[in-house]
Design a protein around this ligand. Sequence first.
Ligand code: H2U
Length: 349
Amino acid sequence: MAEIPKSSHRRYNPLLDEWVLCSSHRLQRPWQGQVEDAVPESRLRFDPSCYLCPGNARAGGQKNPDYATTFVFDNDFPALLPESAAPATGEGGLLVSEPATGRCRVICFSPRHDVTLAEMPPAEIRPVVDTWAEETEALGSDPAIEYVQLFENKGAMMGCSNPHPHCQVWATGHVPLLPARKLASQRAWFERHGRDLVGDYLERELGASERIVCRNEHWVALVPWWAVWPFEVMLVPVRRVADIPSLVGEERDALAEILQRVSVRYDNLFRTSFPYSMGFHGRPTDGEDHPWWRLHAVYYPPLLRSATVRKFLVGFELTAEPQRDLTAEDAAARLREQSETHYRQARQT
Ligand code: H2U
């Protein structure tokens, strides 16, 4: 078990080849939290003005079907298009550019406007997992697509445009920056050790347990050693699979379950609908097996001390390297002690 230093130190992220400065001595007590009931959010089951609710019109004039579980559509304002007329430039290594192509889709998790993953039973989240698998498979099978990124922006604080539960899929003709770094790290580790990096990391974490938040038979939720965001969480499958489509039925059920449990713990922490950006990192869709790759999900939530007090990545973080005061171990302990009954439900009963 690695000793946890009490004085300032840096921790290494072997997946992104990055460092984070940890100033644990700055906190007299590990917890300066404050719990408050945030202003109640709008709880309309159906919102006639929502462009994601069943039967409503979207910006392009298209009408959503009367869907009952998940609903997927091509983003009406895609960041990437299948064709690009941009030329490749950069002779001499400066003013370098290359054309970028791809497809962008939106996935609604539920016809209901007033729920989040924290309030959906795992049986209702399972179709979301299956939709993620189908979209990854369908988009990734296009030879023009090298990588499929699934991500959820939740909460206005993270720039989410609409509380209706949804995520986005951006399928790209290139492997983007962060997955490309993870590809290089995982491949190098595998070539050196003959095992997968994330699997080796998981084994160390299970041996130590101080950064584990919760787990089930097939998935582990933990605050990574190298966490940058105060309550950053990583979801890791117990069996090495390289992507969501490779998950078998039981692993998909277990993923639905742990997604819900982590979301409830997050909401309960500050008694608010917890904002975050989360995403899945699976293998590139270039037709290779990528035996070094282990699927994982990352949550990057901005809140630090309450429903309104957030961490900013500014100053030293922006100009030099990320920094945190709260230790990953204390963050994991705080998440671990949360109930798995949602505070809204607890209040009703
Ligand atoms: P965010 O909430 O994470 O911004 O995702 C919503 C997406 O929905 C966003 O990418 C798209 C936006 O382009 N959108 C449509 O495709 N159609 C609409 O009518 C409005 C928004």
